[in-house]
Design a binder for this molecule. Structure first.
Ligand code: DQA
Length: 146
């Protein structure tokens, strides 16, 4: 079973971005930890990061038919990315939204997610471990289904 791990704008800067908010791990380090976890869970992952909404949509359209779930940190697109939201709906896959920081205790505009209403759930504020929790959750759900 294959899970897509998608990261939106500016998440390529993890490790260099404000570490008090986003932690000190780079996206490469987080992706490698996810790879190890996926192996233990018997899952395949395909990771993708891009700073453009259109590129994220292209990836979802190309990959969704051959995938079983999506873990996505949409970055700032969380708050206004309606085309991304539509692509996620069209994928018909279970979606878990992840944020490193707690978007509910920062600026007011960050507390609104246009993705949350179409996601199975959201993990916010657990740092990089949020991605691991999301992977464990999808693995257990998919196992129950089979
Ligand atoms: C973020 C929160 C967003 O508000 C912000 O624009 C990001 C990262 C997070 O992981 O905490 O780029 O999605």
């Amino acid at each position: 079973m294959k899970i897509l791990i998608i990261n939106g704008p500016n998440l390529n800067m993890l490790g260099k971005r404000d570490s008090k908010i986003y932690g000190d791990k780079s996206l490469e380090q987080i992706t490698s930890l996810l790879g190890k976890k996926a192996q233990k869970l018997g899952l395949e992952i395909a990771s993708f990061q891009n700073n453009s909404e259109g590129k994220l949509i292209d990836f979802i359209q190309e990959q969704s038919r051959s995938s079983d779930g999506i873990i996505i940190n949409p970055g700032a697109l969380t708050h206004y990315g309606l085309s991304l939201r539509d692509a996620l709906i069209d994928s018909q896959l279970p979606i878990i939204e992840v944020h490193l920081s707690n978007i509910y205790c920062r600026e007011e505009w960050r507390a609104k997610s246009v993705i949350a209403p179409i996601a199975q759930g959201q993990i916010s504020g657990l740092g990089w471990k949020g991605y691991i929790v999301a992977l464990e959750m999808l693995a257990s759900e998919l196992k129950e289904e089979t």
